[in-house]
Design a protein. Structure first.
Length: 241
């Protein structure tokens, strides 16, 4: 069965828009778990635009399911992740000017830095280190060479495909990438832009998927339904695949 992790960054974005103490992303994490989420995802950015250091400490202390710490390879953030010891660390690219993560990590040009960062995270007692990647075979092979045990496939191109032909093309590449990830002995995860409508088609075509990270779609729906119902609806869709 595919595990559903909920990204609560957007709750922190809303809080920070007014420099308030609410809505609290840690309280949101509790609601997500109460609704059946298998875990919580957060991204501690270098500019702290949403999740803060205090949020990280409170999430670590209170989340009962899987905790996925998304991070760049900036030394300060890697230090915090090592001290936090989440269940999983996911290395992602990060640019200050982007609204959200816009593509997969360039492993090939940074291979030694990626390898040393993964080794450091493992040495700190973090059992699972994932890389957020586009469905490129050479990059996936480099991820295995660097020591990652999981790849989270970047699904933004699929989610934003402008027409059926484009969507079919990217689904084919994602399916082939997932098979390669599995053949190389790594876990297949996915995330970015997946939602209530497109997830069934994605899951039906992409093999070996064990975990999915969904954030914006769930938080957006919760404005109208409440967070528990929004998470429960997504959980039913994921478990039906």
């Amino acid at each position: 069965m595919i595990r559903l992790l909920i990204n609560i960054d957007h709750v922190a974005t809303l809080r920070n828009a007014r420099r308030e103490t609410f809505p609290d992303p840690v309280s949101a994490a509790h609601e997500c778990e109460a609704a059946g989420a298998d875990g919580i995802v957060f991204h501690l950015r270098e500019d702290r635009r949403h999740i803060t250091d205090d949020d990280v400490a409170r999430l670590k202390a209170s989340v009962s399911g899987k905790l996925d710490f998304e991070l760049s390879m900036a030394p300060e953030i890697v230090d915090i992740c090592c001290r936090t010891q989440p269940h999983m660390a996911t290395l992602v690219p990060e640019r200050r000017e982007e609204v959200t993560t816009e593509g997969g990590l360039d492993v090939i040009s940074q291979l030694e830095t990626v390898r040393s960062t993964i080794a450091r995270l493992h040495a700190a007692g973090i059992p699972e280190v994932a890389l957020f990647l586009d469905p490129d075979p050479d990059t996936i092979r480099a991820a295995a060479d660097a020591g990652a045990n999981t790849v989270e496939l970047h699904t933004g191109e699929f989610a934003n495909a402008p027409d059926d032909a484009s969507r079919e093309d990217v689904l084919g590449r994602l399916a082939a990438a997932a098979q390669l990830i599995h053949d190389l002995g790594m876990n297949v995860h996915a995330g970015h832009g997946l939602d209530y409508r497109n997830f069934p088609e994605f899951a039906a075509r992409v093999p070996h998927l064990t975990e999915v990270s969904i954030g914006f779609a769930v938080i957006a729906r919760s404005v109208f339904t409440g967070l528990r119902d929004a998470v429960a609806d997504m959980r039913r869709i994921v478990q039906a695949q």
